[in-house]
Design a protein around this ligand. Sequence first.
Ligand code: 3PG
Length: 402
Amino acid sequence: KTIDQLGDLRGKRVLVRSDFNVPLDGTTITDDGRIVAALPTLTKLLDAGARVVVTAHLGRPKPVDGFTPEEKFSLAPVAQRLGELLGKPVALAADLTGESAQATVAGLADGEIALLENVRFDPRETSKTDADRQALAAELAALADAFVSDGFGVVHRKQASVYDVAQVLPAAAGDLVLKEVESLSRATTDPQRPYAVVLGGSKVSDKLGVIANLLTKADRLLIGGGMVFTFLAAKGLGVGKSLLEEDQIETVKGYLATAEANGVEIVLPTDIVAADAFAADAPHAVVAADAIPADKLGLDIGPASGELFAAKLADAKTIAWNGPMGVFEFAAFAGGTRAVAQGIIDATTAGAFSIVGGGDSAAAVRRLGFDEAGFSHISTGGGASLELLEGKTLPGIAVLAN
Ligand code: 3PG
């Protein structure tokens, strides 16, 4: 169901689940991409005269000694930024479904918007017990007449504000969720070939399911980031003090064998930027991938690898990218990520359909100053986009089909 199928929304209270899980430095939002991505749906609802009630999470708040989760994980900075972007005030309720939320929602006029405080302050949101989640979903549902699911980054979570509430209220997918699913489907369902996938990020263990699935779908897998050292080790190479998941070496050996059997090309870097320490100003040098000194650690793929990866992307018709190639936050180790980003932009100009997924790669693209328009689709989902690439059914999407 889409928003249009919910009927006339004038005067109706519409609960929207958004993903406003943005990176913060104190109370300063360092990347507002997810808030910007939520605007089309919110604007559409406001223009239709709905009374919009947004629910969202920030972080994974847990009461630990020394700080009040409510302070650190409050959505106040988000309400502020959302108000600036919409050009209208966004009232922030002090709670989720209590007195403040009820009064805030009751005070909304047609075309006005409010944000409920961090949904994860309520432990029922993420409870594994159905009855707990359903009780919270009922309280949320009491605040609204309809539900719009638009937090794509969280649709892989079976949580009260994502999954259970959609079973109580008339529910529809928002424009962001529709756009994300449509775009990612171009990679998961019958992709135009060659289909090349670039995988990075620190850990192989975060991407096991994706790699296994891609070994049956993709034509080429280009591997960089911290996880590449487990691949190099699986090939019998020394990796010095680089990040290594020893317990995954056998699994990766299995992937290399499957890739060969399936005719999937695995492209590994031929050179590495190896540093003395994990620091922005650490002394570093480019070394061959099979000659990483024992006392150094790799923090980026090298320039020859950047060229190799770009060449492997040049004739691709479908490209998916998840995870940076190196520690791009440090200028000295951003070259690999930069080369891959540029390679994807060039391939896109030449006609490829390209998807950037995962919070880190999307943030890298923005932070390194690339024009987002150079890519076909930049996903707001981290885990959610990975799980779609993995071929999984996502609970927050499946529930909308009912
Ligand atoms: C994300 O940042 O990927 C989403 O907001 C989901 O957050 P979570 O992994 O804490 O559920």
